[in-house]
Design a protein around this ligand. Sequence first.
Ligand code: B12
Ligand code: SF4
Length: 475
Amino acid sequence: MKILFVEPPKEFWFVMGEYLPPPLGILQLAAFLEEKGDDWDLEVLDCQAQRVGWKKLKRRLESSDPDLVVVSALATCNTYTVLRTVSLVKMIDPGIKTVVGGQHFSALAQESLEKYPEIDFIIRGEGEITLLELAKSLDQEKAYVNIQGLSYRYNGNVMHNPPRPLIRNLDNLPLPGYHFVEDHAHRYHFRMMAKQGAGYAMVEASRGCQYHCTFCSQWSFWNGRYRHKSPGRVADEMEYLYQEMGISFLWLTDDNLGLGPHTRKICDELINRGLSEDLKWFVQARSDAIIKNQETLPKLRKAGNYWVMAGLEHHDPATINSYQKGIRTEDSRQAMDLIKDHDIFAQATFITGDRSDSHQSMERFREFVNHVDPDLAIFMILTPFPGTALYETAHTNGWLEDYNWSNYDMVHAVMPTEHLTRNEVQEELFLCYRDYYGSLKRRITGVFSKNQFKRTTYRYMAGQGLLQSLRGLIE
Ligand code: B12
Ligand code: SF4
């Protein structure tokens, strides 16, 4: 059986500059099938890295002649690129089976199978074992009824098999299949963040999160559970990427790895293996974790961590509480200062366009961000992703004015607030960037900063048309 994994052509997220990421989700799935499956012919087609546009994709699908096509989505905003890919597959040969998965399709499995006949199967939740069992069933022409986590059509009805329990020990997963994309691995890059030639790869040290923020689809996707790989295993992955693939800029995909004893052990592994001088890596952390575990910061830096990003979200404690985020706005400044004090680049993300936001509150929001003063502030618009509590509320209350999934990228406003129209929300986003990066003092400090990442980022941003792109979104 021939299984083709496709990362479709997609637009990049211009807010973080130009980048080309490896498609970790499907690399992980392909590696799992390679290790546990039968002797199947597996191929990964990364349209971005292989410079395959829509026309060429049709030819590649024809020449690949697969039996099963597995398409990667990543985020809700990529829904249509996935659908276009599976439509192409069906145009070429309706007998080829198509399977999609990830957060968006897991949350909207019923609706998606009803609406899009070009999708044969949806894998809900964790992908590895369900995909393996599906491939075996297809190969051996067996029924799917016992495959947990699978949704499909049967006799004109949409069927949802019971959910699949999570893998107990993530160390049992094979190393992600970066070898499937070895020929073009040198093309992966993140221009704003990494030096030329450093490459760009992702390492997944954990899955899920213990918190339950109302706007986040991450925790519900992983059933509110948090599992992590062992420190040795995480270091193995990082070592492999550096030694075998020559990639030295690594992005930890973890939304909430925490900075406690577990992270310190990862750092120790990297230091003891002599990797800390060569690697540069990025991680996300909560502001409360940064403050609570501040003794980790020197070790983090010593182990090659140069970049920490924290979701600080909003200036108003009531809004933070309504999101169930569990952080305190008064910690935001201290968390950023602590990171900077350890010569680590401090990035923060903020969410605009809360239902309670008005022009006045957005003024206070901008004052707050100026006070918190992260090295890099990324502003996003509150977006109800399917699978979140926020989506349920917004959908039920009729707040959503736009159901075009391409716009669910946290840059386009898809709903108004109680005081602002959708277009005014869009305008406020533009003002946030203009206000923050318009400051001459901030730009000069950035361009001449002692911190190498800050210098590179500000110099890079100076040449980008971010503000023009954002202004273009205002009607
Ligand atoms: C790295 C990353 C990025 C990178 C790019 C990565 C890439 N490959 O393109 C950058 C920084 C550029 C980025 C940008 C964006 N991202 Co992002 N990103 C991530 C992050 C941190 C890691 C993704 C990853 O590789 N995970 C590890 C892999 C192994 O897990 P996985 O992809 O979930 O795959 C597993 C399952 O989901 C499933 N599966 C997934 N796909 C499929 C497909 C099939 C067929 C099957 C069977 C199974 C399956 O099987 C896999 C193994 O079990 C995730 C959060 C996270 N921890 O996952 C957010 C995340 C995916 N991003 C998110 C968002 C919102 C975005 C942006 C819209 C903006 C933003 N605010 O960041 C843009 C969109 C860019 C675009 N157009 O694609 C959200 C998505 C929410 C949603 N429902 O849409 C997430 C979940 C973060 C969050 N906490 O909310 N992102
Ligand atoms: S926003 Fe962060 S802390 Fe909140 S549930 Fe999502 S991953 Fe966890």
